[in-house]
Write a protein that binds this ligand. Structure first.
Ligand SMILES: [Zn+2]
Length: 288
């Protein structure tokens, strides 16, 4: 069976044909439409999948946001604009004539990373730290899912009750502090206005404020990891995302986690996939 895998992200849309050995045999990419309307997304998806869908027997889509009964909703509506309540699987069935499924992109990535582990485990947590903070939980070898689609959204657990307001409406979520956007929002004085990439470059050069911002993010992640250890007793945590995989970041998180009591220590591994985790995880999910 060949799966048409699709990944809908905040900056790019990707599609691939994935064979039974979970090898990508064709791949395409387009920028996510700047205008977040259903019409713009539909047009972009049609252009993206047209050359591929004739060779597939099903589709599998990983998307940012909450997926509930194949409908895309948002924990932070401002991220999705007019795409709130977009009927994702219904539209793709109509577009491709194929049966298919949809799931959250971090959950898909969790599945892909789980299947790529060098040493198999029963319980694993995946965390992605990039623009936001996302997660996926593998328990007893299976992706933890829930009817509301919210399971695994670990970036919206509490880090600091007096911290900044999060896009989801809570105050002090991990995402509001540790994500790329959270790091950038806390920059002051000569660093004000820089994005996370530029702030990491400043930290590499030893800028004290940039170092403090990166360290604050890493400490927040380490506390979240201790929490996930307490909640799921996972045997390893895999970390991905542009911040999660930035030079030196994982080591900072490891150092901060080492300061927690030993019972909360857990093996931390870098994600294997940078680009294709959503595509491969969606294909795996379709198979399961
Ligand atoms: Zn939040």
């Amino acid at each position: 069976m060949t799966t048409l895998a699709i990944d809908i992200g905040g900056t790019k849309l990707a599609a691939a044909l994935v064979d039974d050995n979970f090898t990508i045999i064709a791949r395409r990419e387009l920028p996510t439409p700047a205008s977040k309307t259903p019409e713009a997304l539909e047009t972009a998806l049609r252009e993206l999948v047209a050359p591929l869908s004739g060779q597939a027997t099903r589709f599998a889509v990983a998307s940012t946001g909450i997926i509930q009964d194949g409908i895309l909703t948002a924990i932070n509506p401002s991220n999705l604009g007019g795409l709130e309540n977009f009927p994702l699987t219904h539209y793709l069935k109509h577009l491709t004539g194929l049966p298919g499924i949809a799931l959250n992109d971090a959950q898909a990535a969790a599945l892909a990373e789980y299947h790529a582990l060098a040493t198999p485990v029963e319980h694993m947590v995946f965390l992605t730290v990039s623009t936001g903070v996302g997660g996926g939980v593998i328990a007893h070898g299976k992706l933890l899912q829930s009817p509301g689609g919210l399971a695994g959204h670990l970036g919206h657990t509490l880090a600091d009750p007096s911290g900044p307001r999060c896009g989801c409406g809570r105050t002090g979520c991990v995402e509001a502090i540790a994500s790329g956007r959270g790091i950038a929002a806390a920059a002051r004085d000569e660093l004000a206005g820089l994005d996370a990439r530029a702030l990491f470059a400043q930290a590499q050069q030893g800028h004290p404020q940039a170092l403090a911002l990166v360290e604050r993010s890493a400490r927040t992640l380490a506390r979240l990891i201790a929490d996930t250890k307490a909640a799921f007793d996972c045997q390893c945590v895999v970390m991905g995302g542009s911040v999660g995989l930035a030079a030196g970041y994982l080591d900072r998180v490891k150092a901060a986690l080492a300061q927690e009591p030993a019972i909360y220590h857990v093996e931390l591994l870098p994600a294997r996939y940078r680009q294709d985790a959503g595509l491969l995880g969606a294909a795996l999910f379709a198979k399961e």
